[in-house]
Design a protein around this ligand. Sequence first.
Ligand code: PEP
Length: 238
Amino acid sequence: MPKIVAANWKMNLRRQSAVELAWALKSDGRKCWLFPAFPHLAPVHDALIGSELTLGAQDVSPDADGACTGDVSAEMLADTGCTLVLVGHSERRHGHGETAELLARKLKRALEAGLKPLYCVGETLEQRKAGKAQAVVKDHLSTLAGTEGIAAVAYEPVWAIGTGETATPGQAAEMHAFIREELKKLGLRLPILYGGSVKPENALELMSHPDVDGVLVGGASLELTSLRAIDDAAREIE
Ligand code: PEP
């Protein structure tokens, strides 16, 4: 299976730079998954027409259309041309205190609207040091019980996101093998991406392991040259 390269642009870029990046990736024939900020979804969607790039949102409301000021519903995202959505990213799970119950509702809404969630799991440094990394990840995965239509799982150790610190290929491979086993117990067979300070310098080594099906990239996905280099690494392994 070709390795997946997903770009989480977070709360970065301006409309023009997001569109330019999308155009450049399209002209290059890339097949990445792109997660721009909400205001950039529509213009990036238009830029991607005729390409093999896939559009996703960074978050979704747990509720259907209605009186939820500031929220964006799954139906609105689908209507804007999104096919993917991030759910459970640590900057929401920890940064915004999103609970398992809330994430389950987001997953349900996304799936009902035909969006495919990219579901993120991962332990904090404190949890890893306490020897609880696998227990935490297992708990995060339990939210997927009974779901159908998930795009992929991303293992993102919280201590590696935006810190410049990356899990070693050994740490990533060990957790990915664990996740695969846990998913099997839930009756799920899904691609498992690694995320956490992925850069051109470490992408090839991380993706070389057969249990690492691709990468979710934050900071290094904002520059065409680095995103291209990471995608080149992914294509090298195919
Ligand atoms: C992310 O946002 O999912 C991420 C992994 O960020 P970074 O690559 O910047 O660590």
